[in-house]
Design a protein around this ligand. Structure first.
Ligand code: AHR
Length: 642
């Protein structure tokens, strides 16, 4: 009967009411009908559904969220991926001779410094991450370790922040150098803004100095370390959880490159400077502790992804896995343990006596097969025995047997074309995958989209997210990937947010993520859509794929305050209409753009934005712009299913 009604609806432009009586919208035709059943709650929403995945990829931390402005700040960066060190990102000023110095290091974990020799006025300058972004009147805090070279009479150093075209933005002077290491601090307040400033040091007298641990942070950094504009971007997404720190970064190419959290905590100058698989040197200035802090800043649960003894090219033998099991247990103790536990005490020592909220532990990233299954079981059993409250996440790459407990979550990743996301993937979770939960840990339109994303890509993701929302009894968590790429270092594209030196801009996908997160609701309602379909074909490295796409797609939830929220996606490149069975006042949010490949860029950072307007739903079919996401929020008072 229902099928028959839907067929009639398609022909005669009808809207079906929640009570299953049929009402014809007089004199109107619609391309699709959407029927929301407000009488029946399917299930409560997954409370943590929308989160974020923060990988140390493409200078997302150093050169991104980590507000440090000095690059190669402790002179430990190597030459490309090689271990030989260079003075990358440092340039001589005047006729100075600048060489790496290992003669008397500050610590054996930070063995290199720079020796700068020359006449008064010669020196060295740091160019930062593609220039330093400084803002008029926002003080920058400088700290550095210095000593006069043996026998040298240099006692002072002039410091300046200089704009790209060289005018001085701020100056300062350091005095009292001796031949012993000493740390100096100085505040530099720029008298103008510049996106490509540099930090220069000039000898106050003829001679030589040795310098190390050079650091410059804007004083408005959140918690003294995170770039404010980027934290605001993240906060606007209202993430329920934050998965970190990778991705492939967790695995590394070989085990020596794998992420080991214990090398990322404590004194920032003693942390491992590590070659990142995404082609840069990582300081681990945002290490395990700071990631947990960032979760706290955002009010997000922490989901730590730990190396499981597997890298891209090597696997740790089973008889050497104890260290990895212990790392997992210690990571949880560090985050959540009491201050009188070994690792809880270290957390307190590092400035955070209160426990963090580590809710999830993922064991491995994109690992799979027999080798993974045995390593997963080893770590998972140890964690389950000691920390049953921590939810575990497992990978499913080439699974050969069940490894999970029904309490666990499986991490699924999707990188495809917009067509794939609008097509088959919208129904990916219509049938249960098993008796475990699903974490869609990484997804993004990566094919047929530009460097900075595209409207069509974002709308493809929106269609997929409708499917996640409709099936959130099974899909418990989901996160777009990757979150950040420095606009000048994009080995992976597209990304959600692009830091530049002077600010940031976001891809169209960011707006979609934000709108879904703002409109999560509390209970999932039934929704039926009757729509035409269209066919497309894409060609990628996977070959040619045909897609059948439902033109109009929808999902519906009810909020805690009783408001009904309906999300509708028009996947077509032309306007469509939809007859909806709800009546009353609504706040109508529409996200679309001028063309399928529309996107924001460094030169036009705000091209794509949602519009919000009041609307009255009176039975007239809704207009759905081409490639659009429409969200209707209807307060209960004015809501009826007539
Ligand atoms: O998100 C980029 C990469 O894609 C991640 O590092 C990896 O997990 C996936 O293959």
């Amino acid at each position: 009967m229902r099928k028959l009604l839907m067929r009639i609806a398609a022909c005669a432009a009808v809207a079906v009411t929640a009570g299953a009586t049929l009402s014809v919208v007089a004199g109107t035709t619609a391309d699709a009908t959407i029927r929301v059943d407000t009488t029946k709650v399917r299930f409560p929403v997954a409370p943590d559904l929308w989160g974020i995945f923060f990988e140390d990829i493409d200078l997302s931390l150093d050169g991104g969220v980590y507000a440090e402005m000095v690059r190669n700040r402790s002179f430990e960066d190597g030459n490309g991926g090689k271990r030989e060190l260079t003075l990358e990102y440092w340039n001589p000023v005047g006729q100075a001779e600048c060489v790496l110095d290992k003669s008397r290091p500050l610590s054996d974990k930070n063995p290199h410094a720079v020796r700068v020799a020359g006449r008064k006025g010669d020196g060295i300058a740091n160019e930062g991450y593609f220039g330093m972004g400084v803002h008029k009147g926002v003080p920058c805090k400088l700290s550095l370790a210095l000593r006069a070279a043996p026998g040298s009479s240099v006692r002072s150093l002039d410091v300046s922040l200089e704009a790209y075209s060289k005018p001085l933005l701020a100056t300062g002077r350091i005095e009292g150098l001796t031949e012993e290491w000493r740390t100096f601090e100085l505040t530099l307040t720029p008298n103008g803004s510049d996106a490509q400033a540099r930090l220069a040091f000039r000898l106050g007298e003829d001679g030589a100095i040795v310098m190390d641990c050079v650091s410059l942070f804007p004083s408005d950094a959140v918690a003294g370390k995170f770039r404010r504009d980027l934290v605001e971007r993240l906060a606007a997404l209202r993430p329920s959880f934050l998965r970190f720190p990778g991705g492939c970064w967790v695995e590394g190419e070989r085990m020596k490159d794998a992420y080991r959290w214990k090398t990322t905590i404590g004194d920032k100058w003693e942390r491992r400077t590590q070659w990142n698989i995404w082609k840069y040197w990582a300081t681990n200035g945002v290490g395990y502790h700071e990631f947990l802090e960032l979760c706290e800043v955002l009010g997000a649960k922490a989901l730590f992804c730990i190396n499981c003894g597997m890298s891209h090219k090597e696997t740790v033998p089973m008889d050497k896995m104890d260290e990895f099991v212990q790392d997992a247990l210690d990571a949880i103790e560090y985050a959540n343990g009491p201050v009188n536990s070994t690792w809880g005490a270290k957390r307190a020592e590092n400035g955070h006596p209160e426990p963090f909220n580590l809710g999830y532990l993922e064991i491995g990233n994109e690992n799979g097969g027999k080798e993974y299954e045995s390593r997963y079981a080893l770590i998972a059993n140890a964690v389950r025995a000691k920390y049953p409250e921590v939810k575990l996440v497992f990978d499913n790459w080439k699974a050969t047997k069940r490894v999970e407990d029904p309490k666990d979550l499986r991490d699924d990743h999707f990188y495809f074309s917009p067509d794939h996301f609008m097509g088959a993937l919208t129904h990916e979770y219509d049938t249960p995958k098993g008796d475990f939960g699903i974490f869609v840990g990484e997804y993004a339109v990566t094919e047929g989209t530009g460097r900075y994303g595209s409207l069509r890509g974002a709308i493809g993701e929106a269609a997929f997210m409708l499917g996640l929302e409709r099936n959130q009894n099974q899909v418990r968590l989901a996160a777009y990937a990757p979150l950040f790429a420095n606009a000048q270092h994009t080995t992976w594209t597209p990304n959600l947010i692009y830091p530049t030196t002077s600010g940031n801009f976001a891809s169209p996908s960011w707006t979609v993520q934000k709108l879904f997160s703002e409109n999560r609701g509390a209970e999932v309602l039934g929704v039926e859509v009757n729509t035409a379909k269209f066919r497309t074909a894409t060609v990628s490295r996977r070959g040619r794929t045909e897609h059948e796409i439902e033109t109009v797609q929808a999902s519906a939830v009810r909020d805690a305050d009783g408001a009904v929220i309906v999300k509708i996606v028009n996947c077509a490149e032309e306007p469509k209409t939809a007859a909806l069975n709800l009546r009353g006042r609504a706040v109508r949010t529409v996200f679309t753009g001028p063309s399928s490949d529309a996107h924001n860029s460094p030169f036009a950072p705000d091209v794509l934005k949602e519009t919000v307007a009041e609307a009255v739903l009176d039975g007239t079919p809704l207009s759905l712009p081409p490639l659009s996401l429409t969200i209707l929020r209807m307060p209960i008072a004015s809501h009826s299913t007539r």
